[in-house]
Write a protein that binds this ligand. Structure first.
Ligand SMILES: O=C(O)[C@H]1O[C@H](OP(=O)(O)OP(=O)(O)OC[C@H]2O[C@@H](n3ccc(=O)[nH]c3=O)[C@H](O)[C@@H]2O)[C@H](O)[C@@H](O)[C@H]1O
Length: 470
């Protein structure tokens, strides 16, 4: 708060002094002994002489009356500025008060009761898991799977509007019906994180909160730094201090392979040539988590997800927006690579991803530190979670057309230089070996399930289309 006030006052005063330099030069007119003058050379000069030597309008000598009028005008402007400053301070204080009350709300007796009940474990040797991004696509599915088998699950999500927040609220409703409580807060909020860890000794953190989307990074780069870098560090700081330290499994991305063209992509391949800021922040996340593993003994597992799709998915992704446009008779834009080559993705169905996440939690191994002190080496792992069979984007459109029984209006354009990569293809041998990961859903099967969900969720089955703003 002190820092904020300082920034405020210094911004205001520098603005004020640059804006009101002319006003300062009039002050000596009614404060004869004042040293508050704008021209250093004039500090010891009689007022009349100064006016003659430095008239405000070159070539003209000002009359006393004009000076007087300006003084009056400037005094009233100063008064208006003072009012403005008071209003600004009042609104700042009310903002502080409201965020304080949000914090109090979050830490109330009722809040703790909800958190504890949600974290309750209902199986032998079960986990209590903090799921960040729990109202997100993968977060929702993983939370449900953990709860179903008897683990305690508490969610945290900031419900931002990167895509339609009403979809996130519907997911939350579904989780609530299974007694999964989601705290509405940003992972950058240290106080709330501290309260959560104070309330529950989490055994694991499933960190899925992130600013997703490859192309949006050109529109809003700072949101990636805020969530994927700053948010990650805030969370790790909390985890490192926790007693006991939780084991952490988190979502990296296939995009870290960037311009790598060795296929299929293996974990040991180059990841130092990201093609987008999104990819760069995920790669940075891998380095940052390594540091926390090395210094503080946090057990870390990073999962490189390959274009995850399915029911309750993300409206910003191609399969989702294509479905919406096809149903509404609107055109879709299909990107094509260099020399007319089709783009391809190793599309991975959500249920397979969930199995990979849960297996990662099960095999994570313990963190070794406590209260910020490392006691010995802890596991640091990275796995690809893909499907191992890339499909081209036109083939994806074909499958959707078949399921929707509607032809798409396609605009085929060259892939813009906006962070996209031409193809992805996962080598999943490591995940198979260590996690028993074995994807079983191909794209036609997965998209059939997605379309079924989409039609029902957006009311097509009752003849309504609620997806216009999705
Ligand atoms: O694996 C990941 O790490 C990432 O996967 C996902 O990124 P992508 O693989 O780029 O998925 P997605 O946008 O669905 O585009 C799919 C294909 O459609 C093409 N595409 C896209 C839009 C469009 O209008 N036209 C088009 O042809 C496009 O060129 C591409 O070839 C996640 O969004 C991201 O958050 C991250 O998790």
């Amino acid at each position: 708060m002190k820092t904020k006030l300082f920034i405020w006052s210094s911004t205001f005063s520098s603005f004020f002094s640059s804006r009101y330099r002319p006003f300062q030069s009039y002050l000596p007119a009614f404060l004869p002994n004042s040293n508050f003058t704008s021209t250093p050379s004039s500090s010891n000069m009689p007022h009349q002489l100064e006016e003659e030597l430095f008239p405000s309008t070159p070539g003209k000598i000002k009359s006393d009356r004009r000076t007087f009028h300006r003084c009056v005008a400037s005094t009233s402007t100063l008064f208006l500025w003072a009012l403005f400053l008071i209003a600004l301070t009042a609104s700042y204080l009310s903002f502080i008060a409201s965020s304080g009350s949000r914090y109090l709300h979050h830490t109330s007796h009722d809040w703790k009761k909800h958190v504890r009940s949600s974290a309750q474990i209902h199986r032998k040797n079960g986990f209590s898991v903090l799921v960040t991004g729990a109202a997100g696509f993968v977060g929702t599915h993983v939370s449900l799977a953990l709860k179903k088998r008897g683990d305690g699950v508490v969610g945290i999500d900031n419900f931002n509007d990167y895509y339609d927040p009403s979809l996130k609220r519907s997911r939350r409703k579904m989780l609530q019906s299974k007694n999964i409580f989601i705290v509405e807060a940003d992972i950058n909020d240290r106080r709330i994180l501290a309260k959560l860890f104070e309330t529950v000794p989490f055994t694991h953190v499933m960190h899925l909160a992130a600013q997703a989307g490859v192309r949006y990074a050109m529109e809003n780069p700072n949101s990636y730094v805020h969530s994927n870098i700053a948010g990650l560090v805030t969370l790790l700081e909390q985890c490192k201090e926790a007693k006991p330290q939780p084991s952490i499994v988190w979502a990296s991305s296939s995009s870290v392979y960037g311009l790598n063209d060795k296929v299929p992509f293996s974990e040991s391949d180059r990841t130092d040539q990201p093609a987008s800021l999104y990819a760069a922040t995920k790669k940075a996340g891998e380095e940052i988590t390594h540091t926390y593993n090395h210094i503080y003994g946090l057990s870390i597992t990073g999962l490189r997800f390959f274009t995850v799709y399915g029911p309750w998915g993300r409206p910003d992704m191609a399969y989702f927006s294509f479905t919406r446009n096809i149903l509404q008779g609107r055109p879709i834009t299909v990107f094509r690579g260099k020399d007319g080559v089709d783009l391809a993705r190793d599309f991975t169905y959500i249920d397979d991803i969930v199995k990979g996440c849960v297996a990662s939690l099960d095999t994570a191994g313990k963190s070794t530190g406590t209260g910020g002190k490392k006691k010995g080496p802890a596991p640091y792992r990275i796995y690809n979670l893909g499907n191992t069979s890339p499909v081209t984007v036109p083939a994806l459109v074909g499958i959707l057309e078949k399921n929707l029984k509607t032809k798409a209006k396609k605009n085929v354009v060259a892939m813009p230089g906006n962070g996209d990569v031409p193809f992805t293809h996962a080598n999943i041998s490591l995940a198979r070996r260590d996690l028993g990961y074995n994807p079983t859903t191909d794209l036609p099967t997965g998209l059939r399930k997605f379309v079924k969900w989409y039609l029902s969720y957006y009311g097509y089955n009752d003849g309504k289309d609620k997806s216009v703003n999705s």
